[in-house]
Ligand binder design. Structure first.
Ligand code: AGP
Length: 616
């Protein structure tokens, strides 16, 4: 996912832009750049590589500038080359642009511009948009238009098809940035004598907590003193300034070597924040402020559909097991990327939930739009306030776990599973879940953070285990019932950050094929708490051991598996069955983290991956 930062104000722009762009590096990048407005026009610095790299180049140049725009690129149109990186400068040298999104009709526009003599130096759709704005600017300027710059942006955006989040500067108008969004999130940071724009508020943390969420189809003009918002018909739009409580340290690693480890250890507090204010006064059920659905509407729901991507999809699959158990409502689970094209026959009175940490995943967003188009009630579970999915769903639940910077999702996943369990209790208590059962589950949730602390205290055990298994190149993750989706998640965690090939299966599936993979070079990790399945899993473990397969078991303290010879055991505390997936996910996170560290992998920014996939 690309990142945008813009600054205009009284302070030195380069340092603010460099720091802001570095904070967006977690979104994924392959190149980065800055356009700075100094006394004699626009100066561009850009290159392949990290924002930190180009930031050092900029700071060495000691450019005096009070405004600028910056970008981290994750290549869509055109290869990873310096010329394809942003910012782009128009042929005439007056317009600089950074862009997130995809301009679908860029070839037609480029051909038209080339016929007017424009030459292109990159393969990108962004350079076309930059020169389209410049073309209109030259025309309007020669006609003496009162605001040629703003109207050239309007005119160009009315022509493009596709999605954009842009920030634009004009060399003739220092101290002014124009920004606009359609399908790619942008927030304004409103400061004292300065204003900013960014793809997410992380970029201006520590400078301002006053945020304006730009809506699709809106255009904002920023100066150091003021900001105005328009729609594409040049009509002023009222702006709502929200105060967000994001602190500096949320975006810093602190004493941790990686964001992922920090976020694993944040989970006790993160889950407390997810639960805060969401239990009834008698602790017999849960409550949510943002569902926008009355109890009578929810009682009419006779089916629920969960959809998401990646780890969020694993949370959806867990939601099926948990909500069907607690609320006795049938739950369907879909990959958002599949559902959006499948035209599935979905029964009336189906409630649609989307799960997305970033709230910007393209496939999830488009699947949500498809469900809304067909008239379904939609709710989102997401972690980013004001994200596009949060904005477009009919209602929802914010996770409140703080920014998740590591590409591998940890605290966001456990929070998603907790919140879907809370939804299960909420819906169940509107039906036939008893008060005593509701109270037992609520008590279990309230005790969960302390139990997670106990599991985190076993980090050194997991580190030793991970080092022992780090050199294997194949792994099976196995579990039954609610532990099956967790097996899928454990396999994803390991593969995405350590690059070890790992697959998750229902443990009972071993005999139907995966057992052929078992050998001394392919370990099997079983997630097997002491529940009604443990005897079945114990025999699966014997099947693996009998074929020389190394075995790791995550089980509960005191379970019969703790005393088994010849296997590696991680024992965790007991908790309610519906909450066990959350607790058992912690050792899986730690195991994959330490395995990746042992293999020297880039844990927070694994190869080929981005934190949020905002393009298809
Ligand atoms: C999780 O470890 C992965 N980084 C990835 O699968 C992620 O869960 C997926 O891309 C969905 O992201 P979202 O929750 O922001 O929509």
């Amino acid at each position: 996912m690309c990142g945008i930062v813009g600054y205009v104000g009284d302070d030195a722009a380069p340092k603010i832009l460099v720091e802001g762009l570095n904070r967006l590096a977690y979104r994924g990048y392959d190149s980065a750049g800055h356009a700075l407005m100094n006394g004699s026009g626009i100066k561009i610095f850009k290159d392949v590589g990290s924002p930190e790299h180009i930031g050092q180049v900029v700071m060495k140049e000691k450019v005096m500038a009070n405004s600028g725009i910056s970008h981290t690129r994750w290549a869509t149109h055109g290869g990873v080359t310096p010329s394809n990186s942003h910012p782009h400068l128009s042929n005439c040298g007056r317009i600089a642009l950074v862009h997130n999104g995809v301009i679908e009709n860029f070839v037609t526009l480029r051909n038209r511009l080339q016929q007017t003599g424009v030459t292109f130096h990159s393969e990108t759709d962004t350079e076309v948009l930059c020169n389209l704005i410049a073309s209109y600017y030259e025309d309007f300027r020669s006609e003496g238009h009162e605001d040629a710059f703003l109207h050239s942006v309007f005119a160009a955006l009315r022509e493009v098809k596709g999605s954009y989040g842009i920030a634009v500067m004009c060399g003739d108008q220092p101290g002014r940035i124009i920004t606009a969004r359609l399908g790619s999130s942008l927030v304004l940071g409103i400061g004292n004598g300065e204003n900013m724009v960014a793809s997410d508020a992380a970029a201006f943390c520590g400078r301002t907590n006053n945020i304006v969420y730009l809506d699709d189809g809106q255009v904002a003009c920023l100066t150091g003193k003021d900001f105005e918002i328009f729609n594409l018909d040049n009509e002023r739009v009222a702006a709502e300034i929200c105060e967000v409580q994001s602190e500096h340290q949320e975006y810093e690693r602190g004493d941790f070597p990686h964001f992922m480890l920090k976020e694993i250890f944040e989970q006790p507090e993160a889950l407390r924040n997810s639960m805060r204010g969401r239990f009834s006064s008698d602790n017999s059920t849960t409550k949510f402020g943002g569902l926008n659905l009355e109890a009578k509407d929810l009682r009419r729901i006779n089916r629920i559909l969960f959809m998401g991507c990646g780890t969020a999809w694993h949370a959806c699959l867990l939601a099926k097991y948990i909500i069907e158990k607690l609320a006795r409502i049938p739950v369907d689970v879909e990959y958002a990327s599949e559902l959006r094209y499948r035209n599935a026959p979905i029964p009336d009175n189906t409630l649609v939930f989307v799960i997305s940490q970033s709230g910007e995943t393209a496939d999830t967003l488009e699947a949500l739009r498809e469900m809304k188009r067909k008239g379904f009630e939609t709710l989102a579970i997401t972690n980013v306030v004001g994200s596009t999915i949060a904005h477009e769903a009919g209602g929802g639940i914010y996770q409140h776990v703080g920014p998740e910077i590591g590409v591998a999702s940890t605290k966001a996943f456990s929070s998603q599973v907790l919140l879907t369990t809370m939804v299960g209790v909420f819906l169940g208590r509107l039906r036939d879940l008893s008060m005593s059962e509701g109270m037992r589950l609520v008590k279990g949730m309230q005790e969960l953070p302390d139990k997670i602390v106990q599991v985190l205290q076993k980090a050194s055990e997991l580190e030793a285990l991970a080092k022992k298994y780090a050199e294997y190149n194949d792994f099976l993750f196995l579990g039954r019932q609610m532990m099956f989706p967790l097996a899928l998640e454990g396999a994803l965690k390991l593969k995405e950050i350590s690059y070890i090939h790992a697959e998750g299966y229902p443990a009972a599936e071993m005999k139907h094929g995966p057992l052929a993979l078992v050998s001394p070079t392919c370990p099997s990790l079983f997630i097997a708490p002491e529940d009604e399945m443990i005897d079945k899993v114990a025999s699966n473990i014997q099947e693996v051991k009998a074929r020389g397969g190394p075995v790791i078991v995550i089980t509960t303290e005191g379970s019969p598996l703790c005393d088994q010879e010849g296997i590696d055991v991680i024992a965790i505390p007991q908790t309610c069955e519906s909450l066990m997936p959350i607790l058992a996910s912690i050792p899986l996170q730690l195991f994959s983290y330490y395995a990746a560290v042992a293999r020297g992998c880039n844990v927070d920014r694994p190869r080929n991956l981005a934190k949020s996939v905002t393009v298809e």
